[in-house]
Design a protein. Structure first.
Length: 230
């Protein structure tokens, strides 16, 4: 399916558009199965990962300056990810099935929630003190979400048609473009959505205490160290 798009016309109206409405009579995009597949894939990846992590340690001295720097950067990125995802949830407010939000963070990047998830994944890995582990966390998350996003975009294109195709042609998929920023004067906030976003962010938040506990158990010999990573 292809659409003829006048992107210049869309750009001229961008500051006036708050959200793209679902065409009358069109069924809401079915994203439930896509999200379920995403959660199932991440769960299947997390199980073996959690079995291996307790036996991995960074090559840096325990609580030495290099490890502390990596951990502090990781914690800062986790905080950015949690706050960023909550910020995005204020705009989307559970409207993804009925409206396509194109203002605020969604005016700069089509998938800001996933963008902040990438930041959080890297930060969560960095909380271990290992840059290699942080990169692995990021890479796995990116690969999983890239497949999810392609399926979501196909569903949204089928539902919203040409306006969504124009939005995709103007706004990047993952890397924000600040020059595209447009905001709206008022927001309809759904507290439940923000609460669910915070619950989804629990793995990020728990990363630091989890790795601190693993490090302490490794230090006293309770857990053997089988692999050292920079």
């Amino acid at each position: 399916m292809s659409y003829a798009i006048d992107s210049r016309a869309l750009d001229s109206r961008a500051s006036e558009i708050h959200a793209l409405d679902l065409p009358a009579g069109a069924p809401a995009p079915d994203l439930g199965r896509v999200q379920h597949a995403r959660r199932r894939t991440l769960f299947l990846i997390a199980l073996p990962a959690l079995a291996v992590f307790p036996f991995i340690r960074s090559i840096w001295d325990w609580q030495g300056p290099m490890q502390e720097v990596v951990e502090d950067v990781g914690f800062a990125l986790v905080l950015v990810a949690v706050l960023g995802r909550c910020w995005c949830s204020l705009y989307i407010g559970g409207r993804k099935m009925k409206k396509l939000v194109v203002r605020g963070p969604f005016s700069m990047v089509r998938n800001p929630l996933y963008f902040f998830s990438f930041i959080g994944a890297f930060g969560m890995g960095a909380c271990s003190g290992s840059v290699v582990l942080a990169t692995a966390f990021f890479a796995v998350t990116f690969l999983v979400f890239r497949g999810v996003v392609r399926k979501e975009e196909a569903a949204l294109l089928a539902a919203f048609g040409a306006p969504y195709a124009a939005y995709c042609g103007r706004v990047p998929r993952f890397l924000p473009e600040p020059r595209l920023w447009h905001d709206e004067g008022t927001l309809e906030i759904h507290p439940g959505r923000v609460a669910r976003t915070l619950i989804d962010a629990l793995p990020f938040i728990l990363a630091m205490p989890m790795f601190e506990l693993i490090g302490a158990l490794q230090l006293d010999g309770t857990l053997p160290v089988l692999l050292l990573l920079p």
